[in-house]
Every structure is written in C-alpha cells, then in structure tokens.
Ligand binder design. Structure first.
Ligand code: OGA
Ligand code: MN
Length: 280
C-alpha cells in the first residue's frame, strides 16, 4: 500500500488496495492514520457491492441512516443514493447533494465523522474534461492561517447551524422530517476528535448565526470565515472516474459538488455516513 499526496494541505490517493476484500488490521491502521492526517483519501479502480461498501465503512465507526428515507437503498439503508437519474418517474437519489460549500450534517449535535462515496456512473465519461467534480478545502489550514488575536477571539464564539438554511431542502421536507432536525449550536472553532488540531467550523450551507453578535456583524463574520475556508490555496478538486471511492473528514474539510452537467448526463453515487462525536 502506498500513499500519494494529491494537494498540499489535504488529500492523498491510496494505491494498491482492493476494498472489496476485508482489510487486515495493519492496513486499516495505516489508512485510518493517513485519513486523520490528510482529511481526504481517494481509492481508484474499485468494484464493490453495497455490503462491501458498508463493511469497509463500519471499520471507521457506526453508520448513520439519513433522514431522507426515500433515497436509501431498500435492502441496505446504510447507503444513501446521490444521483440525477430517474426511475419510473421518480428520482433515484438526491440530485443536489451539496452545490454550496458545506460539511455533512453540521446541523446535528453529533455530525458525522466522515462520508464515503463510491462512483458508479459519472457524467460524460471518456472525454477530455470531467463533469460533476467534487472540491474539498482544509478547514485546518484555514484556521492555521489566522493571526493569533483572531484565533483567540474566534475561540470564544459559538454559531447556530440549521438544515433548513437550504431553501430547496426546506421545501422537500415533511413537517415530521423538519422536527427531526432542530437547529444546533457548535463552537466556531472546533477541535479534531483524533488529532486535536483546530479547524474553522462555519460553512455557507448550514451556519445561520454567530451567537451574541448583531445580525449584520454575524452575517459579515460568517461571510469572512466562509471566504477564508473556500480559498483556492486550501483546495483539492477531485475529477471522478467510475470506480473511485473517496472519503472525507467532516471536521477538517468542507466540500462542494460542481453542478456543470445536464439531466441526460447520468451521475450515480453510493454514500455511507459514519457517525461522529459531539463537537468540542
Ligand atoms: C455528499 C456530497 C458531493 C458530490 O455526498 O455529501 O456533498 O459531488 N456529495 O456528490
Ligand atoms: Mn456533502
């Protein structure tokens, strides 16, 4: 097994691993350590069943069952389908999994540790250009770039996160689904549960308010922190191939799905979501 660095502050490719087989403890430990350190890992050329995807994901923790029940695989509800495809007049998965910068499930008390996405179909394969790339940034590198006074100030603040900040999500949810995701409050700077490194934990999709600031100051600070996190110097852009498995850390990174393809260009991904601890 070999690790190849893909960008400077984050992301490595793991070469020579077949994730359809169960990993021995030493291989898992090496992957787990690289993952905590690099925030994003990419495995190319994989061919896995839902069961194998679930088995690999469970090595990292308990799996979550997503609130959007209509997009879970019927015989494997740990798998959430992300797709723009239709079957019998109905979408087979979530078409917009996150076209704004975000980190998964920051709107719950215990956001997921990581998400693991497997590419089954990608838009217009075989062309020079790729479509439906996913971009990642390091919120750890964003924190490290701040000056000491700003680090100290931000360390005193907390922010509100709401799933309902995304209007298209709000429209789709039933009252019951809405009640299952009440707003939560997290520190603006969070500590990585394994490495102890500090990360900026404010994102464009779900952070609605910095507690204790006037609305215009709160909005301005959210904008400033999002702009910092989203900067190119902290970024890795993944160009998908069928058979890629990609996993990302939901504390030390943020991500965004690039929506540059049409409804006839099919994209189909299976995702598992690994549970994480309360934010601190
Ligand atoms: C997700 C997500 C990005 C993509 O699954 O959480 O943001 O490119 N997906 O599909
Ligand atoms: Mn996401």
């Amino acid at each position: 097994m070999l690790f190849k660095q893909l960008a400077v502050p984050l992301a490595s490719e793991v070469v020579d691993v077949d994730l359809s087989r169960s990993l021995d403890d030493d291989s898992f430990k090496a992957i787990d350590e690289a993952f905590n350190d690099r925030g994003v890992l990419v495995f190319r050329g994989q061919q896995i069943t839902p069961e194998q995807h679930i088995r690999f994901s469970r090595r990292f923790g308990e799996l979550e069952i997503h609130v959007l029940k209509q997009y879970l695989l019927a015989d494997a509800p740990e798998i959430l389908v992300i797709s723009n495809m239709m079957k019998d007049g109905k979408p087979v998965g979530i078409a917009d999994a996150g076209q704004q910068w975000h980190t998964d499930l920051s709107y719950v008390e215990k956001p997921s540790r990581c998400s693991i996405l497997y590419a089954k179909e990608i838009p217009a394969p075989g062309r020079d250009q790729t479509y439906g790339d996913t971009c990642f940034v390091s919120t750890e590198a964003a924190y490290d770039s701040l000056d000491p006074d700003m680090k100290a100030y931000l360390g005193t603040l907390q922010a509100k996160h709401s799933y309902l900040k995304r209007p298209h999500i709000r429209k789709k949810l039933s009252e019951e689904q809405k009640q299952a995701v009440p707003d939560v409050i997290h520190p603006v700077i969070r500590t990585h549960p394994v490495t102890g490194r500090k990360c900026v934990y404010v994102n464009e999709s779900f952070t609605t308010e910095i507690i204790g600031l006037k609305p215009d100051e709160s909005d301005a600070l959210i904008r400033q922190l999002c702009a910092l996190c989203e900067s190119e110097r902290f970024m890795y852009r993944h160009k998908w191939r069928v058979g890629d498995i990609l996993m990302w850390d939901n504390c030390s990174t943020q991500h965004l799905a690039v929506a540059d393809y049409g409804p006839d260009q099919h994209r189909l991904m299976n995702r598992t979501t690994v549970a994480g601890p309360a934010v601190f």
